[in-house]
Design a protein around this ligand. Structure first.
Ligand code: TYD
Ligand code: MG
Length: 448
């Protein structure tokens, strides 16, 4: 008799191997491989067979009709912005974020908004009882006749409910607590998460229901079964933010119906997570900057935001440390190497720590010279004026490269009452901001 084939699967990234390995070769996780049972292997083989048996014929693009995308508003302008203009019927969206950041709060509020506007909404929670959700809904002012709650962890009961009653919008809180009883592994495992997402995708497409799935992020920053989920769903949104600040950012990572440029900005209050009213001046100390702080303007989608960068430079005890929160650590190492080479500063004997205010993660290179300015300010223990702002990307040769949308950034500075800016090139239009052009790193230092 032929020997039964074993399959081992990594529980954090879904990588499969025919033998057990201690360290996953795909994601580097230790002790994360488990052997799939006979039924799981059968399930995998069947899904493979299904995809093999479908025979389809190619069509000329000229003969194909466009799909109609129907959108409806979530009645939150920030969420609509990130989604690219509203919720798409029949779409599957994943909202990820660390525990306590406000995923349930935001979606319960959206559920209330939709229910008060002729949509029938089902909120499925495997984490809280109906009574607990009701208590929260009271605070959020989300008590609506058309909002239905279901406290359930079994996927087939959820699908049953959706089959029996027509809903427009479904929320799953959270994917990690739901389980499919056809599959023997534990809730939250890659196999479970994948099969549930697959089922929900089918429900969304076949019934035209918009589904939002909440997913918790593990401590290394990925949703359990991360890639498995991301490529299956239509839209992926992640919450960012600092639990000490009331501002939360919702960033689009993937969107099959629009761009992923935009970021939604929300504000946590006693009445839930609402659209942030004004973001000007919320990410820095307006009155005075201490030594080690420098300001920059980053573009978050179509919006310029002034943020504060803080640096701490201290004598190293042993091997020098470089650590940053909200900024790419490799880029920090590169900037330090450049400072050492161009300015002959002894950075190999100091520890450098960087922090970006408000829990923002910088994803564009225009903050480079602000990082340099904050490092120099801390190194020399000298404050920078709180009326000046730094913008520019640094190249490996020490040149400062243009930033996109410079005029838009400068306009934002005008409205916020700033007076000076260090920029890579002369602005094309008139501005009341006094611009100091720095085209190489040593010029930034000259200015400080
Ligand atoms: P929650 O939505 O439960 O987080 P998640 O679902 O992402 O785990 O958010 C919980 C936090 O939000 C909790 O620390 C309390 C706070 N909160 C408020 O500040 N105001 C409110 O009106 C609500 C409902 C929650
Ligand atoms: Mg929650």
């Amino acid at each position: 008799m032929a020997k039964k084939k074993s399959i081992f699967e990594c529980q954090s990234c879904g990588f499969q191997s025919s033998r057990w390995i201690g360290k996953c070769t795909s994601c580097g996780g230790w002790d994360s491989m488990i052997e799939l049972s006979g039924e799981q292997v059968k399930f995998l083989e069947e899904t493979k067979k299904i995809s093999k048996n479908i025979s389809s014929k190619a069509q000329s693009i000229m003969d194909i009709k466009e799909d109609n995308v129907t959108r409806f508003s979530s009645y939150s302008s920030e969420l609509d912005l990130v989604l690219g203009g509203g919720i798409v019927s029949g779409s599957l969206t994943l909202i990820g974020g660390s525990p306590g950041i406000g995923k349930s709060t935001l979606l319960l509020k959206i559920a209330g908004n939709l229910a008060s506007n002729d949509k029938r909404v089902l909120y499925v929670s495997g984490e809280e009882s109906n009574g607990q959700i009701k208590l929260r809904a009271d605070r959020l002012n989300a008590n609506e006749r058309e909002l239905y709650l279901l406290s359930e962890i079994n996927l087939s009961s959820v699908i049953n409910e959706v089959n029996n009653t027509r809903y427009d919008f479904l929320i799953i809180d959270s994917i990690q607590t739901l389980y499919n009883d056809d599959i023997p592994s534990a809730p939250g495992s890659v196999t479970q998460v994948r099969s549930i997402t697959f089922e929900l995708m089918r429900v969304a497409k076949s019934m035209g229901i918009a589904i939002f799935i909440i997913g918790h992020i593990t401590k290394d920053g990925s949703i359990a079964g991360p890639r498995v989920l991301e490529h299956m769903v239509d839209v992926v949104l992640y919450f960012e933010g600092d639990s000490n600040s009331e501002l939360r950012l919702l960033r689009g990572i993937k969107n099959r119906f629009g761009s992923t440029n935009e970021v939604g900005i929300f504000e946590m209050s006693r009445r839930g997570l609402n659209d942030a009213k004004s973001i000007a001046g919320r990410f820095f100390n307006k009155d005075k900057l201490l030594s080690g702080s420098a300001l920059t303007v980053i573009m978050e989608g179509s919006r310029p935001i002034v943020i504060e960068i803080q640096a701490l430079v201290t004598d190293a005890q042993g091997y020098p440390k470089r650590s940053s929160t909200g900024f790419d650590n490799n880029r920090l190492v590169m900037l330090l190497a450049l400072l050492e080479k161009k300015l002959e500063l002894p950075f190999s004997t100091v520890d450098v720590f960087i922090n970006v205010s408000g829990g923002i993660k910088i994803t564009e290179p225009s903050a480079d010279i602000a990082i340099i300015a904050s490092i120099l300010s801390s190194y020399r223990d000298r404050e920078i004026s709180s009326k000046s702002v730094f913008m520019g990307e640094v190249s490996l040769t020490g040149e400062i490269i243009e930033v996109s949308g410079l005029m838009q950034r400068l306009k934002e500075l005008e409205t916020q009452g700033f007076t000076t800016a260090v920029v890579p090139n002369k602005p094309i239009e008139d501005t009341s901001i006094k611009c100091f052009v720095a085209n190489e790193v040593s010029k930034v230092v000259e200015w400080m």
